[in-house]
Write a new protein. Structure first.
Length: 260
């Protein structure tokens, strides 16, 4: 009962907060989603939205300024607002979202890059990301191409790093760490197959709190001899070292202690 009341109260506050996001997008938004005032207000909007939803966020590290390809492990749809609290990035979205009422308009006003998905669309995707990088923007991608339960980092698809190689733009790795539940199970925030977004969001709103730590890691320079496979491998390695290895140490320590 208390969880349902908590979720209902939070949902109302988040819904009202959305009105501020619409106003910010209308007043300061642009096709590139850039501009100091827009970025400042958008970061504050994301932070407040997480607070209203019971999400406790801790950030380590500092992002680099200027053009960069931002890459991270993908655990939840929460990754997007979490990243939006501290980095002014352009996200990727499927092309049909641009036609959705309100959501499409918000995405366009905040610089979302719309892409067509298919077996023959890789080159177009690389060109789209490359154009944004040449303009000095930061573009966020999730090279696993799917969400996981956070227990490991899957293979990074190297083709998503091609734009960084073509434009000699640095790669900014980020690691999303949602920890584990007290019983050692995957985090509740993990968005895996078998549950819809709305149902998953409702479950999170019912919780007393959900914790996430965002690690902003050292950027990877890109030179004339750098390959996309090298970038994919190095990015995965540094992210995995930040999230998976400490997690396994924590689980092992708990197992050694045994039950109280």
């Amino acid at each position: 009962m208390w969880g349902t009341l908590r979720a209902s109260y939070r949902l109302l506050r988040v819904f009202l907060h959305l009105g501020e996001g619409i106003w910010i997008s209308a007043r300061y938004g642009s096709p590139r989603g850039s501009g100091d005032e827009l970025c400042r207000r958008r970061r504050a909007f994301y932070r407040r939205a997480l607070e209203l939803s019971g999400i406790e966020l801790e950030i380590t590290g500092e992002p680099i300024p200027g053009s960069a390809l931002v890459v991270g492990n993908h655990v939840s749809w929460l990754d997007i607002p979490v990243l939006g609290t501290c980095l002014d990035v352009r996200f990727l979205s499927k092309a049909e979202v641009a036609r959705w009422p309100l959501i499409g308009w918000l995405a366009r006003r905040n610089g979302t890059l719309f892409i067509r998905r298919g077996a023959h669309e890789s080159e177009a995707l690389i060109r789209t990301i490359g154009t944004a990088l040449r303009q000095g923007d930061q573009v966020a991608v999730f090279p696993e191409a799917t969400t996981t339960d956070g227990s490991d980092v899957r293979h990074f698809h190297a083709r998503l790093f091609a734009a960084a190689v073509d434009t000699l733009s640095p790669v900014q790795p980020v690691a999303f760490d949602y920890g584990r539940e007290p019983d050692g199970s995957p985090p509740a925030a993990a968005f895996t197959a078998g549950i819809g977004v709305l149902r998953h969001a409702w479950r999170l709103l019912m919780r007393e709190r959900t914790f996430v730590r965002l690690h902003i890691l050292h950027p990877l320079p890109v030179g004339p001899g750098t390959t996309r496979r090298e970038l994919a491998s190095r990015s995965r390695a540094v992210i995995r070292a930040e999230v998976v290895l400490p997690l396994r140490h924590e689980v092992a320590s708990t197992e050694k202690k045994g039950p109280d």
